[in-house]
Design a protein around this ligand. Structure first.
Ligand SMILES: NC(=O)C1=CN([C@@H]2O[C@H](COP(=O)(O)OP(=O)(O)OC[C@H]3O[C@@H](n4cnc5c(N)ncnc54)[C@H](OP(=O)(O)O)[C@@H]3O)[C@@H](O)[C@H]2O)C=CC1
Ligand SMILES: O=C(O)CCC(=O)C(=O)O
Ligand SMILES: [Mg+2]
Length: 744
């Protein structure tokens, strides 16, 4: 990859965003080319990442470079400009499906050894582990996050409000979280006053010392925490909540983030499944162990492992599972038509999106009969769950939010360099034996933090480095200044980690001119209350938060304000000077692919991509002193505004305008804006014919896009679709294709 010329690196990812990219790249190249900007692509799909791990198993033609590592290196260069689309953060079932598909396509990669017993198997497992969960974002996010709804998008939502469910005071929906024994309650935190290396170890009651992590390097001023979740307390909590939901007749739903918390949350998820079906597990536990059943990967894992059993045994197990439902609460469903419950797979219900979707729907989720119902929303970790209860309380009292009048809550998130819990996977352990879990200074042997733990507890260490904290404070001050909006740091003085952060924020704020700015800090629950009270009055409040709240709030507020987080501007100013432009805050919505494959309609909205491209071009314009790039950015923003004004976003319904049609309108408006501007005559001349040709052929092109819809299509794969087939599906308008080609 050469990055000498002004270059934008556009990532190729998975599912709907990847499909949209097949249509969008030729558009981008047509416009960027006119300003001498190079567009490079970098495939970081889960399939490409898997292949990059096993070069020795592949032929030369099949080999894939380690694009993610290369991008990670580029984040350290000031010229880097990356547009990052959402990618799959794979759960084990998704990884297994990827491996299966790649093998069927002739890639000779190994199977995932689920219970490795030899060194060779362990090595294969470790390589695959690198492709699991949120493996991409932490590598690229070498900066903090700035997410907000652009003015045009907010205005559009005010004029064309999305539907909102009704909230009733009588709603029985509530959030349940642990009251003791979770990460919040046992947390210890420390700011280190020197550079040092530490190790994580378990000293068992029998006196044996087990090294969990031989070395973690800390720098002076870094904040690090030690915390654990008690297995006993978690299971007790589940029992209580399941009982309570059963007795009171309210539905039960579980909300975790097994993708980003890829070590701890599958365990938390698995305990819920085992508790719910505890009678069946008591009866068949030994057999399940023999079969290698691991419900940390969802109930789907159990169902697939019992496939091989004789029919009578299988039926007995299934009957026993069904029997459990008799004395357990109704479960929220992911797909009631297909009988897929909340326990099916840990990646089906992802808290950042699932809680806002429930709140937007008036506190309802789907039950097994396909009807929406109130639910007990179980978010085991109390550290952050309480913010959702505050929103639920607010909606019960004040009714649903009104998108036509509500204010906005932009976010400045502490995210850089694997900050906090989201960077803790390599420092998270399921404890093997009762004892004391320590973090020890290697040089001196001093125990810095310690916890009494029991077998099965989840013990982890989180780190946030000093430089990202300084950068975060700077970003928050700049945002407050640029948008003349109050900033609240969501920091809870009762939480040891955040208490350390409060001290740092107060210190680093002194490095800035904060004259006339309204900057405060509040615990999360108060901050939520304060922001909601303002938002409902149409007032804006910037939330400066840690990494998890960044994730939660940048789905919550956009979903309430705009109907989706896909319409957010999501910028990561890299600490080394480059820019990472993420598209929206949402994921890759697998149900969009399903609709495309079945009906050839892609309802994915590429607005996030349009917004990201504009800021990426603007940045290139400024840094490379390329006025044409700046003009491309300005006109793209105007075109995006027009797209919203004229309601040319994709419809959810087959037969109507979809992603491809919407991209055509963007291209037409963009060409028109460029042809009409007077700042650069060359660009105006260059784009006038394209503007004319697209306008003249508007009806033909839209008709060509409509004509293909309603039938099944073949992409030649899900995780690794066939490029030519996907291009053909995503570029069905000959007229549009040839008009674009003529303008290049
Ligand atoms: N940055 C990243 O790389 C992220 C990746 N992910 C990954 O994405 C996958 C799905 O996660 P999930 O939690 O379901 O989150 P999604 O954001 O994919 O889905 C939530 C819902 O948001 C809506 N939505 C999101 N983006 C768009 C868009 N551009 N256009 C239209 N609608 C949109 C859809 O709702 P509706 O159809 O009702 O309109 C969708 O069903 C997982 O593999 C997850 O790991 C998730 C979050 C971020
Ligand atoms: O990396 C992931 O798995 C999801 C990221 C995410 O949800 C976010 O950044 O909002
Ligand atoms: Mg998110």
């Amino acid at each position: 990859m050469h990055v000498e010329q002004p270059t934008i690196i556009y990532t190729l990812t998975d599912e709907a965003p990847m499909l949209a990219t097949h249509a969008f790249l030729p558009v981008i190249r047509t416009f960027a080319g006119a300003a001498g900007i190079n567009i490079e692509t970098s495939d970081i799909s889960v399939a490409a990442r898997v292949l990059a791990e096993f070069p020795e198993n592949l032929t030369d033609e099949q080999k894939v470079p380690d694009n993610l590592a290369e991008l990670g290196t580029l984040t350290q260069s000031p010229d880097t400009n990356i547009i990052k689309l959402p990618n799959i953060s794979a759960s084990v079932p998704q990884l297994l499906a990827t491996i299966k598909e790649l093998k069927a396509k002739g890639y000779d990669i190994p199977d995932l050894p689920e219970n490795p017993s030899t060194d060779a198997e362990r090595e294969i497992r470790d390589r695959y582990t690198k492709c699991l969960g949120s493996a991409v974002n932490p590598v690229l996010r070498e900066g903090n996050s700035d997410r907000r709804a652009p003015r045009a998008v907010k205005e559009y939502a005010r004029k064309h409000p999305h539907s909102m469910g009704k909230w009733s005071m009588a709603s029985r929906t509530h959030v349940a979280h642990m009251r003791h024994g979770d990460f919040y309650h046992g947390e210890k935190s420390m700011t280190i006053d020197r550079d040092c290396d530490v190790r994580m170890e378990l000293v068992t009651e029998a006196g044996e010392t087990i090294v969990l992590k031989p070395k973690v390097s800390l720098g002076k001023g870094d904040v690090f925490d030690s915390m654990f979740m008690s297995k006993k307390a978690l299971i007790e909590f589940y029992e209580e909540q399941m009982d309570d939901a059963y007795k009171t007749g309210v539905m039960f739903s579980l909300h975790v983030k097994a993708t980003m918390m890829r070590v701890s949350h599958p365990i938390v998820f698995g305990h819920a499944v085992r508790t719910f079906y505890k009678d069946a597990f008591a009866k068949h536990g030994e057999l399940f162990d023999e079969l290698g059943v691991n419900v940390n990967n969802g109930l789907a894992d159990l169902y697939s492992k019992i496939e091989a059993l004789p029919a009578t045994k299988r039926e007995e197990i299934i009957d026993d599972l069904h029997e459990c439902h008799e004395h357990r609460p109704e479960l929220a469903m992911v797909d009631s038509a297909r009988g897929i419950s909340n326990f099916h797979s840990p990646s089906d219900v992802i808290v950042d999106a699932s809680m806002p979707a429930m709140i937007r729907a008036g506190g309802k989720m789907y039950g097994a009969d396909g009807r929406t119902k109130d639910t007990k929303a179980v978010n085991p970790e109390s550290t952050f769950a309480r913010i959702y209860q505050e929103v639920v309380n607010f909606c019960k009292t004040n009714g649903a939010f009104d998108p036509t009048t509500m204010g906005t809550v932009p976010n400045v998130g502490l995210m850089a360099q694997k900050a906090e819990e989201y960077g803790s996977h390599d420092k998270t352990f399921e404890i093997q034996a009762d004892g004391v879990a320590n973090i020890v200074d290697i040089a001196t042997g001093e125990v810095l933090l310690s916890q009494n733990v029991e077998q099965g507890d989840i013990f982890r260490m989180c780190v946030v480095k000093d430089a990202p904290i300084r950068d975060w404070v700077k970003l928050a001050v700049n945002r407050a200044r640029n948008s003349d909006t109050p900033v609240v740091f969501w920091l809870d003085p009762y939480r040891p980690h955040e208490n350390e952060l409060i001290k740092k924020v107060e210190t680093y704020l002194q490095d800035h001119d904060t004259e006339g700015l309204d900057i405060s800090h509040m615990s999360q629950v108060r901050a939520m209350r304060y922001s909601l009270e303002r938002v409902v009055r149409g007032m804006d409040t910037i939330a400066a938060t840690g990494n998890i709240l960044r994730d939660y709030l940048t789905d919550l507020f956009p979903i309430l304000e705009l109907g989706t987080s896909a319409k957010m501007l999501s910028i990561v100013p890299l600490m080394a000077g480059g820019g990472l432009y993420e598209t929206g805050a949402g994921g890759s919505a697998p149900k969009h692919v399903k609709q495309l494959v079945e009906e050839n309609h892609l309802r994915w909205d590429s607005l996030g991509e349009f917004l990201a491209l504009a800021v990426s071009l603007e940045d290139l314009g400024r840094k490379a002193d390329n006025a044409k790039a700046g003009l491309l950015a300005k006109t793209l923003d105007a075109a995006t505004g027009k797209l919203l004004e004229n309601d040319k976003s994709p419809s959810r319904n087959t037969g109507e305008l979809d992603n491809r049609g919407s991209q055509f309108y963007l291209a037409m408006y963009w060409a028109q804006e460029l042809a009409a501007q007077t700042e650069d005559e060359d660009l105006a001349k260059h784009f006038a014919p394209l503007a004319q040709a697209l306008a003249a052929n508007e009806d033909t092109i839209v008709a060509e896009f409509a004509a293909v819809q309603g039938q099944e299509v073949d992409l030649g794969g899900y995780y690794a679709p066939d490029n030519a087939k996907t291009d053909a599906v995503m570029r069905p308008s000959e007229t549009f294709n040839s008009t674009l080609a003529a303008a290049q």
